[in-house]
Ligand binder design. Structure first.
Ligand code: HEC
Length: 141
């Protein structure tokens, strides 16, 4: 009897897998396993790319880039999922006020390095947004 339940469960998951597996909606970056399971080493890799490439535009909003404190922009972007965001950076993207060059100027970067830099950007964005929120609260009190 136990076996029947076992196979029924497998059949159940298989059906779900086959019906949903065709086109899964993107997972929000903040909810993705890649983001949640970032190791220290991966963060350091991401940080080094950020500091040598992404930083120059995204820290101060240079060249029409959006700074990390813009919570609404990054929250909306997070829902596009890692694959699409990686693609934007890898291939470059024309924004409303400026252009991001392919690989965000890190021409020697590998795909993994760019992926980690995107994940690091969201990791840092959360910190920058929290810090900005505290500042606003301090000013109010
Ligand atoms: C020369 C300036 C510049 C550099 C360097 C740069 N970016 Fe950008 N980035 C932009 C601009 C401009 C946009 C588009 C803004 C908009 O949506 O209007 C953008 C958008 C993005 C987006 C959102 C993409 C989307 O699909 O909406 C991500 C993620 C991103 N950048 C990550 C990075 C990362 C990671 C790096 C470093 C590897 C980097 N950027 C380097 C200028 C830059």
């Amino acid at each position: 009897m136990k076996n029947v339940y076992f196979y029924l469960t497998i059949l159940f998951y298989l059906t779900i897998f086959i019906s949903c597996g065709k086109k899964l909606p993107p997972v929000n970056i903040y909810q993705s396993d890649e983001y949640k399971n970032l190791t220290k080493k991966e963060l350091i890799t991401g940080e080094s790319i950020w500091a040598t490439a992404c930083f120059r535009c995204h820290r101060y909003g240079t060249n029409g880039a959006v700074i990390l404190e813009e919570k609404e922009y990054w929250d909306a972007n997070a829902s596009k999922g890692l694959d699409e965001l990686f693609k934007s950076v890898w291939e470059g993207k024309k924004g409303e006020e400026g252009v991001m060059p392919p690989k965000g100027f890190c021409n020697l970067c590998s795909e993994d390095e760019i992926r980690y830099s995107v994940l690091y950007l969201f990791h840092l964005a959360k910190k920058a947004q929290e810090a900005a929120e505290i500042q606003v609260k301090e000013k109010q009190s």
